[in-house]
Design a protein around this ligand. Structure first.
Ligand code: SF4
Ligand code: SF4
Length: 321
């Protein structure tokens, strides 16, 4: 198998983001299977042993090689938060159910409840609740504590989600990750919490503390890439440009608003990237197929999902040069 380092160096990284908070092992197995069949080579999953096993099972079913990245995050980062519904405030309008991309909200015992294993913290339900009945709560242990039980598992990368205004907290957690995990590391953050100058200053500090060449995932707008247009992907490409202009010695991936137009836009703007990480959009285009309970018994469904994923992979690869 080609080394992850070489895939990155040669700008051939196609990463599927299953979502840091996605503990739905059946969905993860199917997503990894479909996208491995389509030619993706890097798989970003929740940092839990059963989710890692599900991803490995997806690769095995596809009979493909792929690298596994586990995602951890700090308190402020939405990737490691989950929605919680206040049933007293809720007026049962059902808007949240209709907008949830993960089908994570259900009705039980006369109230609406969030299935924590399915929720990925995208906040779409919160944005659509007119009575403010939903809040986002941090639900995971610290990155260090999440990683401890995973050191005996075979993982290929640890990604640190660190969008926060609290620079001290970011650096403290980063130091803890470096002290415990010696393999490939990645950082995923967006520009919303810190200004451009502070982001570059922070990244310089994080890089300085780490001997290896790290992956930066330029998260344009977290979990926003549901639409396949240039507007959705503009922020990630602009953020990637900021990082490239700072001449940081890092591998650079687009994410957060990525879709089939992302690599083309980066190419047209002459921004050298090492690959793209696809989440919301990649999950959305295969959702109707993988939601079927008999997916792994139905080769026609599998092929249709793989065909959709392949079109996306081909579009992205065409402009990865
Ligand atoms: S959108 Fe808000 S008010 Fe409507 S069902 Fe969901 S939680 Fe309740
Ligand atoms: S809309 Fe997003 S944050 Fe809300 S329940 Fe669904 S996955 Fe969770």
């Amino acid at each position: 198998m080609e080394l992850l380092e070489d895939i990155l160096k040669n700008n051939r990284c196609l990463k599927l983001i299953c979502a840091a908070g996605n503990e739905n092992v059946k969905e993860v197995e199917k997503l990894v299977y479909v996208y491995a069949m389509a030619g993706f080579n890097f798989f970003d999953i929740c940092a839990k042993p059963d989710v890692i096993r599900a991803a490995r099972s997806g690769l095995l079913r596809a009979d493909k090689q792929g690298y596994i990245c586990v995602s951890v995050g700090i308190t402020d980062d939405i990737h490691v938060c989950k929605a919680v519904i206040n049933s007293i405030k809720c007026n049962s309008c059902k808007k949240c159910i209709n907008v949830c991309p993960q089908d994570a909200i259900f009705f039980e015992d006369d109230k609406y409840i969030v299935d924590e294993k399915k929720c990925i913290g995208c906040n779409k339900c919160i944005d659509n609740c007119s009575v403010d009945a939903i809040i986002s709560e941090h639900k995971y242990k610290t990155p260090y504590t999440m990683l401890l039980p995973l050191l005996s598992e075979k993982i290929d990368c640890v990604e640190f989600h660190c969008s926060s205004e609290n620079i001290e907290l970011i650096l403290e957690n980063w130091q803890n990750i470096i002290s415990i995990y010696k393999g490939q590391k990645g950082i995923c953050l967006d520009r919303s919490k810190l200004g451009d100058d502070k982001i570059i200053e922070l990244l310089n500090k994080m890089i300085k503390n780490c001997n290896d060449k790290i992956i930066i995932q330029a998260d344009g707008r977290p979990m926003s890439g549901s639409n396949d247009d240039y507007k959705s992907t503009l922020q990630t490409v602009a953020f990637a440009e900021l990082i490239r202009n700072a001449n940081l010695p890092v591998y650079l991936l687009l994410s957060g608003g990525t879709n089939s137009k992302s690599t083309k836009l980066a190419n047209e703007m002459d921004i050298n990237i090492n690959g793209a990480a696809l989440g919301s959009y990649a999950r959305k285009i295969v959702k109707n197929y993988i939601n079927n309970n008999d997916f792994f018994e139905n080769s026609e469904l599998q092929q249709e999902a793989i065909n959709k994923a392949k079109i996306l992979a081909d579009n992205l690869r065409e402009y990865l040069v």
